[in-house]
Write a protein that binds this ligand. Structure first.
Ligand code: AMP
Length: 184
């Protein structure tokens, strides 16, 4: 059973690694960013509420994202495991997730922190060229990461759940290290 939460700054390569791992393990890759972007495209009520936050590089309010994740983790395809990418992003969300997993009787989740130096992260984000990857928005997303999301490293470390992977290597090297760390 593989249940993995991915942490790491924007641009650390979480999406790519999470997708590959989910594929290899044949389990769903659950990216809150992807779900939100789909909601924007489909112009759903959720998309309408999330848009202004996403455009500025701010976090969408906890409650909106938490409801979304609760719904997604309650689908039956998560019985065989999952990879969470982009959630939790705040300590509130992490506490919510802990309680949710308990309620859903899903245990043994591992938390991986993909470590990448700042200057590499910025270069990678500028290269990616997504609609919300302008320099100003990137700068804001990094600030938000530092103030809201980086505290999760301590949160999971103190729970003895944190595993670290060096994200500043080739895709293949990161994948290999990731597999090793998860299997240990
Ligand atoms: P990502 O694709 O993970 O970089 O997410 C893109 C954007 O979606 C972020 O900049 C946030 O505005 C929003 N978002 C994604 N996940 C979350 C989350 N867990 N909490 C709040 N906002 C989120």
């Amino acid at each position: 059973m593989t249940r993995v939460i991915f942490l790491g700054p924007p641009g650390a390569g979480k999406g790519t690694q999470a997708k590959t791992l989910a594929n290899d393990c044949n389990i769903p890759h659950i990216s809150t960013g992807d779900i939100l972007r789909q909601a924007l495209t489909d112009q759903t009520p959720l998309g309408a509420k999330a848009q202004s936050f996403m455009d500025k590089g701010e976090l969408v309010p906890d409650q909106l994202v938490e409801e979304m994740v609760q719904e997604r983790l309650s689908l039956t395809d998560t019985n065989s495991g999952w990879i969470l990418d982009g959630f939790p992003r705040t300590v509130n969300q992490a506490v919510f997730l802990e309680e949710l997993l308990h309620k859903l009787n899903q245990h043994g989740e591992k938390v991986v922190n993909l470590e990448v130096p700042d200057e590499i992260v910025i270069a990678r984000l500028l290269e990616r060229g997504r609609k919300d990857d302008t320099e100003e928005v990137i700068r804001r997303r990094l600030e938000v990461y530092r103030s809201e999301t980086a505290p999760l490293i301590d949160f999971y470390h103190s729970r003895h759940q944190l595993l670290c992977v060096n994200g500043n290597q080739s895709l293949e090297e990161v994948s290999a290290e990731l597999k090793k760390v998860i299997a240990s």
